[in-house]
Design a protein around this ligand. Sequence first.
Ligand SMILES: C[S@@+](CC[C@H](N)C(=O)[O-])C[C@H]1O[C@@H](n2cnc3c(N)ncnc32)[C@H](O)[C@@H]1O
Length: 357
Amino acid sequence: MSLEKFGNITNFDKKAHFIKDFFLEFYQGEIELFKSPIKHYRTRAEFSFYHDQDELYYAMFDSKSKKKFIIKNVDFPDEKICQFMPVLLEKIKRNFNLKEKLFGVEFLATKQDLSTTLLYHKNIETICDDLFQLSTDLNCNLIARSKKKKLVFKNENLTQKLKIQNKEILYKFNNDCFIQPNTFINEKMITWVNENLNLQIKKDLLELYCGYGNFTLALANNFHKVLATEISKNNINFALENCKLNNTKNIDFIRLSSEELSLALKKQRDFFRLKNLNLDIFDFSHVLVDPPRAGLDQSVIELIKNYENIIYISCNPISLKENLKILNHTHQISKMAIFDQFVHTPHLECGVFLTKK
Ligand SMILES: C[S@@+](CC[C@H](N)C(=O)[O-])C[C@H]1O[C@@H](n2cnc3c(N)ncnc32)[C@H](O)[C@@H]1O
């Protein structure tokens, strides 16, 4: 659910106005607003292909009306994606094997890298040589996917360098990781959290839904120790690699769902994945949560309300409000920001600092 429910608001100023009213019962203070550039803001862009006899076009389908839009020029994806799209299309058009049964493409860009994934309704092994040649000719990182099959040409991993408070943080991830879709806003969100941490003494941070360490690596320096958890093995593997990349030694990344973590911290269940880690050594002053759109379930709320400071990053104001109705009994909002992560859509990202009453 998004702000669509409230009349499809897509203009950022109007969205901000809506949010102020929507959360008024919990927070009457100033809300910081972070606007996105209105062009070239999307890190990840997905398109369908439309075949019309011999012609091939990029297309988008309206999810409600199912109406098809042929895409000739777009300016919302990262500039590297915009430049690469026509070049790729021309190459594919001229090769029957590459064109046949091709139905979609996903582009993923970082500040320095670009990866392209072509989606097929046929066995991609039969066109392996054509795909290899395409990747060689265009000197591009190419992935091809069809049912249960994936082929990688050149490199599957991307690197990213984020600038947070004048420090450069390095990340490595791949297409299967969760990726914040707007790099400009992502840097703003991490910086906002960093700047607003209330740290009289260095204690420990607990992070749930940590992904590949997007927030974790930038925040770790502020804390004595960090425990960061996440459900996806792929994300955790990159998080561990990202610790090495940044020479960060005070983070324990563990693959645990937030529900499993609740059980482990309450000592209601033992986990083999925790055999080398004594949870009693942590003294958490802060907990950071960045859940999926559904928000936090009851067991996670019960867990986090024990901590003095909660930082809640949310991509869905509706589930955030539902969760705040409960957290409001123990905590109060001390700071709030909204981030125009999803430009020109009814979606937006909120950040909230909560402190114990
Ligand atoms: C909104 S993303 C945030 C990721 C990360 N904080 C970032 O900025 O890239 C939510 C993350 O929660 C993970 N996730 C989804 N359900 C989960 C669960 N039940 N327990 C733990 N992690 C979960 C997803 O794999 C995803 O990486």
